[in-house]
Ligand binder design. Structure first.
Ligand SMILES: Cc1cc2nc3c(=O)[nH]c(=O)nc-3n(C[C@H](O)[C@H](O)[C@H](O)COP(=O)(O)OP(=O)(O)OC[C@H]3O[C@@H](n4cnc5c(N)ncnc54)[C@H](O)[C@@H]3O)c2cc1C
Length: 405
């Protein structure tokens, strides 16, 4: 198969959602990466179907989780306040300025960024991008022989199906994300012990439980933090918190045996990082902040933050697997493996791209931030666009040569 093949008919802005003609591009995923790809595709004038996922997909996505972005330079409430303050010049607005200065922190969330991209698409690029809140269930490559009606010379298309419909496109971008593993907490409630992951959610939603040292590690400077985990990753994060931020950390293995190296064990000890193996029975936190974590047996640790370092529970890579794309980490179970990509975001299947948290480039550490998701998105759409334009140029050149002067 070859994405260079002229599978799509010439562009027709009057019928961007025509089902008879394959789209230039299908983007699957409605998070940061998918929204960035859909917006960029609209800006380039690519006929695009954007499958944003169902309510269930959205629930498990990181797009719903990140309430307060703190690491993206420029995405900050300080900018919003300064602009609003400027608008409120003059005596008439003095009370409004005072109210603004007293207003609590105005967090900018992943939801805000995604909503803004979707609004821009609807307002400015509706003729190019068709958004649908549907979950993609299956993806397959349909060769030209099995797909009558394609233009001559076409080798085939990607066909993506939901429960009720199916669509095709010359190129396909997957941006379906990942989900972190959560700690089981052995909490007692109304006399009954419930061993569940749900007990972490209130503190996680208030950003007292963190998941990303690159995004939020700096918030812990000089504070007391518990790293929840038992693998090498947890040990490395505890050491990094100590070395980088002077955070006084402690590692909670939560009933699991430690899996870190002897060197890491020696360093944890040397840095004075306490390691405890008992199960967690309580996360004591409120709107005002985290107070403490309590362990089985009654020991209680006063803390400002916890950082979960248990690795991934799922990479949503089913569609990539169905299409035969190579995954990373062969020693891990298939559902925990990232999708291998090159510098353009292309998988080992030509014309199939994977972007955002689900993707892994062999030449750099796994990057799971908002700005890296957006960068992957732009690179992938640049490649899709450059292939489409190459096709059009070839056709234009043929026409130019065939037309007598
Ligand atoms: C608690 C927390 C805090 C974070 N804080 C920051 C921060 O401050 N700064 C920062 O840079 N990064 C932060 N990150 C990381 C950042 O949130 C992610 O890197 C980013 O959101 C990843 O975007 P994504 O589009 O790859 O995935 P997601 O946002 O998870 O999006 C996946 C999308 O795919 C959709 N989907 C899934 N399956 C299907 C399907 N079959 N069909 C259709 N759609 C489907 C889902 O509905 C969802 O819309 C944080 C992460 C966490 C967990």
């Amino acid at each position: 198969m070859s994405p260079d093949s002229p599978t799509s008919a010439p562009r027709n802005p009057d019928s961007p959602s025509s089902e008879a003609t394959p789209y230039d591009l299908i983007v699957v995923g409605g998070g940061i990466a998918g929204s960035a790809a859909a917006l960029r595709a609209g800006q380039y004038g690519l006929r695009t179907l954007w499958l944003r996922g169902s309510k269930l997909d959205a629930k498990r996505s990181r797009g719903q989780w990140v309430y307060n972005i703190d690491n993206m330079i420029g995405v900050h409430d300080g900018i919003v306040r300064a602009k609003v303050r400027k608008l409120l010049r003059g005596d008439d607005f003095a009370p409004a300025r005072a109210a603004l200065d007293q207003a609590p922190h105005m967090p900018i969330s992943t939801r805000d960024i995604i909503d803004n991209a979707a609004e821009r698409i609807e307002r400015e690029y509706a003729e190019w991008v068709t958004p649908l809140f549907e979950s993609a269930r299956e993806a397959r490559w349909v060769s030209a022989a099995a797909s009558p009606g394609l233009v001559p010379g076409a080798t085939g298309v990607f066909q993506v199906s939901s429960e009720s419909s199916s669509w095709s496109a010359t190129q396909l971008i997957l941006a379906t994300g990942v989900m972190d593993r959560q700690p089981q907490i052995l909490k007692s409630r109304r006399g009954e012990v419930q061993d569940d992951i749900k007990w972490i959610y209130p503190a996680a939603n208030r950003e007292q439980v963190l998941y990303c040292i690159r995004c939020e590690g700096h918030l812990t400077r000089g504070e007391r933090v518990a790293v929840i985990g038992h693998g090498e990753g947890a040990a490395q994060i505890a050491m990094m918190l100590h070395e980088r931020y002077g955070s006084a950390s402690l590692v909670l293995r939560n009933g699991e045996a430690s899996e870190w190296s002897e060197d890491s064990a020696a360093l944890l000890d040397h840095y004075g990082i306490d390691v405890r193996g008992e199960r967690i029975v309580e996360i004591d936190s409120s709107r005002e902040g985290m107070q403490a974590i309590e362990l089985e047996g009654g020991d209680r640790f006063e803390l400002s933050f916890a950082l979960v370092a248990l690795g991934l529970y799922r990479v949503y890579n089913e569609l990539a697997q169905q299409l035969g794309a190579e995954l990373a980490d062969p020693e891990r179970p298939p559902e925990e493996r990232h999708v291998r990509i090159d510098h353009r975001g292309e998988t080992t299947v030509p014309g199939l791209f994977a972007i955002g948290d689900m993707a892994w480039r062999p030449d750099e550490p796994v990057m799971k931030q908002i700005y890296t998701s957006q960068e992957y998105a732009v690179r992938a759409v640049d490649s899709v666009d450059s292939r489409r334009r190459r096709q059009e140029r070839t056709a234009a050149l043929q026409q130019a040569r065939a037309t007598p002067k």
